[in-house]
Design a protein. Structure first.
Length: 501
């Protein structure tokens, strides 16, 4: 099917595409706009990801094009001949200011190439030479424009998922990103072939998971992923949690609680609604431009602290099934589940090829997710407790506080006590305020060194020196020591007390 229509492309994008077209025309290369870029243009969405199909070897053409437009070439797939050109430009609608142009190769005509693509909304094309005209001809053999108007993700063929099982995840992620539904027949295909996702390379699963978790309201998208049989096919370690009951203060079983915790993270990070509470509950939780910036920070390529907090929320109770035991009163306990869960999560993320920085952040958040509730009982935490918390949780301290809030919401559900919630948020807000405004509490400056202690008190190098330095830093955080002389006096008194005892 072919039809003429108007194509509205942003001026900055048009300028770049004009330069690309000039080069390819000079080279005598037939080229088409395709895929997600064309889909997003038709939807009126800004995008800095441009997909171009070439009737040539992309891995030969793209490096030369990169030189012509001042970009950098990156080979993506040597088997299927796919390459990327990255062009730095502050006008690009992407954080970091860059365009990413992905070039693919085809041999047997553009319509045959489109027939091999995954979903109809991405199986359309426009000849690059037609840009700038009042109307362009849309090549649409699978009627993708109609599905785009209906808001539906539909597979191009019955063999879509056999060809590439990563498309199983991409279908759900794409539906979440576009707020589309999945066609009934395509949903049935996904359920039939869900097991194939286990064979997808870890790197590709990581990419799809992170993009899914970046979607506002991703808790619902994860629930749909589970409904289709994909979630535990990707992370089988979650399956034992299904149906595992918890003490009475928990509204949901362990598995459902984990999904609800992700939804609660979305809620308190202002990325989605929480059906069991409204603005009054969210307004009680700490939030600021500084915190929003913190969660937007990139950890590794493709991940932010926001998306990794959601991942930690999904996995934070992964070890509850194997640590579940009844105490003498018949009450279920999960002793050690935070420590065991951190280790299990690290193993999962290593298998899925997450970076070391990503794994460390998620593992630390899970390991310490109970700590915020243990810093004090009723009263506000002491400065010494706050110091110890940030000493142990490090760069994950803020993230862990927010997981504790989401955990609270997903524990109580519709039975949330507003007074209990406000007490929790009051403590978290206090800890954050002390962290941001009083670095002398969270990370006091060093007043004395190990060399000072060895020289002043005749100590031998060893663990004792490190232990004494740690007690000095705790005393600083508590406000008991503020100068170098006070620190040395504090150590002298401690050593004398130890000698007398």
């Amino acid at each position: 099917m072919r039809q003429n229509l108007k194509l509205s492309i942003e001026p900055e994008t048009s300028l770049l595409l004009s330069r690309v077209n000039d080069f390819l025309t000079e080279q005598g290369v037939e080229a088409y706009l395709v895929g997600g870029f064309l889909r997003d243009v038709l939807l009126g969405r800004d995008t800095a990801d441009i997909d171009i199909a070439l009737a040539a070897d992309a891995l030969e053409v793209a490096p030369r094009l990169a030189g012509a437009v001042g970009g950098k070439f990156v080979p993506l797939d040597k088997v299927n001949r796919v390459g990327r050109v990255i062009v730095a430009d502050k006008e690009a609608p992407r954080a970091g200011g860059r365009w990413e142009l992905d070039f693919s190769s085809f041999k047997d005509g553009i319509e045959h190439d489109l027939s091999r693509r995954d979903f109809t909304v991405d199986a359309m094309a426009v000849d690059l030479k037609q840009l700038g005209k009042a109307e362009v001809q849309l090549i649409d053999p699978a009627d993708g424009l109609s599905d785009l108007h209906r808001g539906v993700i539909r597979a191009t063929s019955e063999t879509t998922f056999n060809s590439d099982a990563a498309r199983l995840l991409r279908a759900v992620r794409l539906a979440g990103e576009l707020t589309f539904g999945i066609d009934g027949g395509t949903g049935a295909l996904i359920r039939r072939h869900h097991h194939l996702v286990a064979g997808v390379a870890g790197e590709r699963i990581r990419e799809e998971l992170l993009r899914l978790l970046a979607i506002p309201g991703s808790g619902q998208t994860l629930a749909y992923l589970d409904e289709l049989g994909l979630l535990t096919a990707v992370i089988p370690e979650l399956e034992p949690a299904r149906g595992v009951t918890q003490p009475k203060e928990h509204f949901w079983n362990v598995f459902d609680h984990s999904l609800m915790t992700v939804a609660a993270v979305d809620f308190i990070l202002h990325q989605g609604a929480w059906e069991y509470a409204g603005d009054k509950v969210r307004a009680s939780a700490p939030w600021s431009a500084e915190l929003s910036h913190h969660f937007d920070l990139e950890v590794s390529s493709g991940s932010t602290r926001r998306s990794l907090l959601k991942l930690a929320a999904l996995l934070h109770d992964v070890a509850k099934p194997q640590t579940r035991a009844a105490d003498e009163n018949g009450r279920w306990r999960f002793l050690g589940h935070a420590t065991e869960g951190a280790l299990a999560a690290a193993g999962i993320l290593e298998r899925l090829r997450f970076s070391g920085k990503e794994i460390k952040l998620v593992e630390t958040v899970i390991r310490h997710h109970l700590r915020p509730g243990q810093m004090s009982q009723g009263a506000l935490p002491s400065h010494r407790a706050i110091y110890r918390y940030f000493r142990d949780s490090g760069e994950a301290g803020i993230d862990t506080l927010f997981l504790s809030l989401a955990d609270h919401l997903a524990t109580r559900g519709p039975n949330l006590s507003l007074s209990g919630w406000r007490e929790h948020t009051r403590q978290v807000e206090y800890v954050l305020r002390e962290h941001f405004q009083k670095q002398s509490v969270a990370a006091p400056p060093r007043l004395v060194s190990g060399h000072d202690l060895i020289k002043s008190f005749g100590l031998s190098p060893g663990p004792e020196v490190g232990e004494i330095l740690e007690t000095v830093r705790e005393a600083q955080a508590a406000g008991e020591v503020t100068t170098r002389d006070e620190a040395l006096s504090y150590v002298r008194d401690r050593l004398l007390t130890k000698a007398v005892s």
